[in-house]
Design a protein around this ligand. Structure first.
Ligand SMILES: [Zn+2]
Length: 430
């Protein structure tokens, strides 16, 4: 008998994210941070140092993947006031608590889509060390951005800050340098935008990219050469199609995609990250009334276009993974289960497809499917044990309390919505 300490999830009903089926009475054995054995409970042999979580009647599924959030943003309705009243270093602490909300809601891996520079690479490292409870982080640091898509309306003092924070470049050589620099700073993928945004006023062109085709191809080539995938924020069709044709891996938002865009995405294998929660947050009456009338109109148009076009994309067969844009106004961390429910309600996925989008498809979209996204021997032990079966009622995923155990990296970190992990690390493995 081995003297190793093992964590055993005994006799649960296991969701196989690869085949989309439930296998009853399965036992999972974890050693360190890895799954080392999965099979019928009948053939499990207990060892003396085993810690056993009895899971009869419970549903066991892979830790979920959130492909689009902003950890340093809190979802404040009044963004400008929040920015003016927050000291720079406070964002580190907000990012940690937001990461923990993601973990407690079942997301053991998150992809940050842009936070203040330097915060995410540090948070990623400290969570990898096991110093705090938190998800694994894939991050773009501050990303690379097009400049001048819309006129800035910042006062001069903030314009200087904005220029310093945002990585703004032009030309193929500068693009390559910027991506190498992001890698050096600790980014693990590349985020950019090929259209303007929703909130930037009517001058923001949601269907126009300042990047030339040569620059877009250079972004993709240099990122892939550095083992980083590439994501494009894109609302309008022109920007979506340009990103897909340049070989980008994921399109974020995809609001005004049409059938031609969908066909291109299928041909190129591009993932869509719908972020419907972002539009839902913005169209709440409390938030809408804070916007100028023309921006209100644009926001409502984006919300309704997303619903129609994402459904069309799913029906045609575009690959979809889960992302909410949490952190944007009215869109709070810890609610990503609702985005999964929206995939069933508005996009037309079956509950099985929606849970696959949140697990194995998310892992593929962010190039991590060799390590996470399914419960298999050799994969990292990121596992959720749920009192209720989300395939019978998808809203199970919206309530943290349903998850009796959330295991990340082989450690039980959350029980029924409450963080239970306090680091035993006396010395980080520097
Ligand atoms: Zn975003």
């Amino acid at each position: 008998m081995s003297e190793k300490k093992r964590l055993v999830i005994n006799s649960g009903n296991l969701f196989d994210s690869i085949t989309g089926t439930i296998k009853e009475n399965q036992t999972i054995v974890i050693e360190g941070n890895q799954i080392v054995w999965v099979s019928d409970s009948g053939s499990f042999e207990k060892e003396k140092n085993d810690t056993i979580i009895e899971s009869a009647g419970k549903t066991v599924f892979p830790g979920m993947v959130e492909c689009h959030i902003h950890l340093s943003m809190n979802g404040e309705i009044n963004m400008e006031r929040a920015q003016l009243r927050t000291k720079r270093d406070m964002y580190h602490f907000y990012s940690l608590v937001n990461a923990q909300k993601q973990l407690a809601s079942g997301f053991t891996t998150i992809r940050d889509a842009g936070s203040y520079d330097g915060i995410m690479p540090s948070l990623r490292r400290i969570l990898d060390y096991g110093v705090f409870a938190g998800p694994r982080i894939v991050n773009s640091d501050k990303g690379v951005w097009q400049w001048g898509n819309q006129e800035s309306v910042y006062p001069e003092a903030l314009l200087a800050w904005d220029r310093e924070h945002d990585q703004v470049i032009a030309g193929v050589d500068n693009v390559k340098h910027a991506i190498r620099d992001l890698k050096y700073r600790g980014a693990t993928y590349v985020k950019t935008a090929t259209t303007g945004g929703v909130l930037h006023g009517m001058e923001s062109k949601v269907s126009f990219s300042l990047w030339t085709d040569e620059e877009l191809i250079a972004i993709r080539e240099e990122a892939h050469r550095n083992d980083m995938h590439v994501a494009a924020h894109a609302h309008g069709k022109a920007g979506i199609d340009k990103a897909v044709l340049a070989g980008f891996d994921t399109v974020e938002h995809g609001s005004f995609m049409d059938e031609e865009s969908a066909d291109l995405m299928i041909k190129h294998g591009t993932y869509l990250i719908p972020t419907q929660m972002a539009a839902m947050g913005l169209i709440s009456p409390a938030l809408l009334k804070t916007m100028p009338p023309e921006v209100q109109k644009k926001t409502i148009e984006v919300d309704s276009a997303m619903k129609t076009n994402h459904k069309m994309a799913h029906e045609k067969g575009v690959k979809i993974a889960i992302g909410t844009d949490a952190g944007t106004p009215g869109n709070y961390h810890g609610n990503s289960g609702t985005e999964i429910a929206l995939m069933v309600k508005d996009v037309g996925m079956s509950p099985v497809q929606a849970l696959q989008a949140a697990t194995i498809e998310g892992a593929k979209a962010i190039w991590m499917d060799e390590k996470i996204g399914s419960i298999e021997k050799g994969k990292l032990a990121d596992i959720i044990i749920s009192d209720n079966n989300p395939l019978e009622d998808i809203s199970v995923l919206e309530k943290w309390k349903n998850f009796s155990h959330i295991i990340k990296d082989g450690k039980v970190m959350v029980k029924n919505g409450i963080l239970t992990y306090f680091s035993p690390v006396e010395k980080p493995p520097l």
